[in-house]
Design a protein around this ligand. Structure first.
Ligand SMILES: [Zn+2]
Length: 332
């Protein structure tokens, strides 16, 4: 909801020169801190032009750092440049290689790709949320459907989109092994053939790594880690690193929580597996002096289709300046 509001607000201000001047002013007021960094999270890249415009903006206004620079800074080997920004992609979709990476390469921007290792093998199924989306967007069924997520109206496009959101929310909450099965059953109920996987395979991932992409772990099967028992969660976390090392050679000791879901125990398992940094979906900036935050780093989710004013606003909302403000609101 908050996202949708800020999106529509950003659209409104796109043509407002006053709002643009205000954002420029706030950008100039950002403290040039050697301790802070922000991190962006992308997933799919369907529109190369919008993404290229975003990257051109970042080149001029931020110092995009690679994971190696961040790791060195957290180990105290050097400080960060002012306005340091890390670019990350989750889930390793094919459009990362086809659309995003050529644009990043053209600008010389480093990037980290978080790979759910179970989907990199041949004949892997599509992600369950893509299966569900495909089913709702392609079904010709108009009659309501009874599902475990409740009764879903399908008559209008708006109702189908609402049903999609409801089912996705529901499937994140069920025991993780059930989500792919329920998604498949839904495609059958909606008389739609399941889509093919759009995840990158090991060969493509090795090529990207050789070209300079940092590869990080994102579990094996992309489950909601907060819903798994300790042993299953350990298998997903340590197992994904093992898979990456087996297929890629060495990879960076960095991890991203699928869907941003985790609990206290999950953080212990991530530490136990040997990861040095782990990323959540919690919005905000990071302070590398706060060592206790290294396995719960904040990121800013942004659509690759977003306009430059939308991107600027999301970065400003989660700027170090406002972190301090939130801190003081909470009484420190
Ligand atoms: Zn993910």
């Amino acid at each position: 909801m908050e996202d949708r509001l800020s999106k529509s607000f950003a659209r409104t201000v796109t043509n407002s020169s006053l709002a643009n001047r205000l954002m420029s002013l706030l950008e100039q007021l950002r403290p040039a801190s050697p301790h802070h960094f922000q991190a962006l999270t992308y997933h799919r890249v369907l529109d190369g032009d919008a993404f290229a415009a975003q990257m051109a903006f970042l080149v001029d206004h931020y110092r995009v750092i690679g994971m190696d620079t961040l790791l060195a800074a957290t180990e105290g080997r050097h400080s960060l440049p002012p306005h340091a920004l890390l670019i990350t992609f989750d889930d390793a979709y094919q459009d990362f290689a086809e659309v995003a990476w050529p644009i990043l390469q053209w600008h010389g921007l480093p990037v980290t790709l978080f790979v759910p290792s179970g989907f990199a093998q041949e004949k892997a199924p599509a992600f369950w949320w893509d299966v569900v989306e495909h089913a709702f967007l392609h079904t010709e069924r108009l009659e309501p459907l009874e599902t475990s997520a409740g009764r879903l109206s399908l008559e209008s496009e708006a109702q189908r989109r609402q049903a999609l959101r409801r089912v996705k929310r529901y499937l994140w909450s069920v025991p993780p092994a059930r989500a792919p099965h329920e998604a498949r059953r839904l495609t059958a109920d909606l008389s739609v053939a399941p889509p093919e996987s759009r995840a990158l395979g090991w060969g493509e991932l090795r090529r990207l790594a050789a070209e300079g992409v940092t590869i990080g772990a994102h579990t094996r099967n992309h489950p909601n880690l907060a819903r798994l028992n300790r042993e299953a969660a350990r298998e997903e976390i340590a197992g994904s690193w093992h898979d990456l090392c087996t297929h890629m050679g060495s990879v960076a000791p960095v991890f991203a929580y699928p869907g941003g879901h985790y609990r206290h125990e999950t953080v212990e398992l991530v530490a136990e597996a040997g990861f040095k940094l782990a990323f959540t979906t919690q919005r905000g900036a990071n302070d590398i002096r706060e060592k206790q935050s290294y396995l719960e780093l904040r990121r800013i989710n942004v659509s690759a289709q977003a306009t430059v004013p939308e991107l600027r606003m999301r970065l400003l909302q989660a700027a170090p300046l406002f972190n301090r403000f939130h801190g003081s609101l909470k009484g420190g």
